[in-house]
Design a protein around this ligand. Sequence first.
Ligand SMILES: Cc1ncc(COP(=O)(O)O)c(C=O)c1O
Length: 381
Amino acid sequence: MQDEATRARLRYQPWYLHIERQEGAYVWVDGRKMIMMSSNDYLGLTDHPKVLEAGREALERWGTSTTGARLANGSRAYHRELEEELAAFLGKEDCIVLSAGYLACMASVATFASKGDLILVDRNVHSSLWSGISLSSARVERFSHNNPSDLQDILMTEARDVPKLVVVEGVYSMEGHIARLPELIEVTRDHNTFFVVDDAHGLGVLGDRGQGTVGYLDCTKEVDLICGSLSKALASTGGYIAGSKAVIEYLRTHSKQTIFSAAICPSQAACALAALRLLQSEPEHRERLWENTRYFKQVLNRLELETWDSETPAVPIIIGNKERTYRIWRHLLENGVFSVIAIPPAVPPGRDLLRTAVSARMTREQLDRVGDVLKRAFRKI
Ligand SMILES: Cc1ncc(COP(=O)(O)O)c(C=O)c1O
């Protein structure tokens, strides 16, 4: 429990809020019930009976932790099972799972780019990919966000045979944009490229089976590595990297993030595996997610709020300056809507925003209520 002084200090800060309880789409902060609009529980599976049962059973049998890396201490139940099912689901030969999506994305870049290589990266990619880039000694060129012609311009000045790592997200977590993968692949076609896609926000969300952005855009063959997180639609924690057998084997034996970090615990792997199976056996969660997404966007359109042309359930509401973003965030919090703010450098200057995310578990009444609170906030502030 937090004491009163800590609670008072945190009350006006948009970070690290203390959530006392959660139930469905609601959370309680300071005793107040709020609609949770910043979770990435896209399919609402974090309390699905089958996911809970899988986690409980694994926890009982395998305890709370692997207490070490797999290279040294061995794999446990669910590690290989999850990897094999994820690989098959994503249309790749093999997969490796790690204890965090951040580590997986970082490893996907850091392990494959070295001195003499060129990294071509979308300016707006997630911090985990930048961390991977900063660990490599490769040269880096940034191209404008989701802009194949800018990438093409950069490539005009580069030798074709230089090894190039192209780094993008499948669904951009702040903007909600879907990567223009077919065009990005087309402009890099005659170059010596290795394509990495972080699909943390696409898995479970896009595609007729929820297979993610790469499958949805029919680019599975051209994309070398798909990495991402198990902490969004798959209702767990951990990360994954899927690719060819040779590439995943190289990661197993060469990536520091794999070799020197404790394995994802069996109960989390079991939860992700149960959620992965539910994606396929219960498509109604994804259908409801998209119905809710369309509905929420209509609500925001009626209010004439700018959503950065989001194409997915990750929906930013652009405000444009820090002070006003903070004040609107606080109005929402005080009126029963939990959201999160993103300010530079997390977003480009002038794009300060409230980041919301739709979930399959929300009702239209809840989304209308969020609309009402937003309307009053924008009127008042
Ligand atoms: C695009 C993207 N990549 C990677 C990650 C890291 O995933 P995790 O939270 O599982 O470490 C996140 C999480 O916020 C993300 O949004």
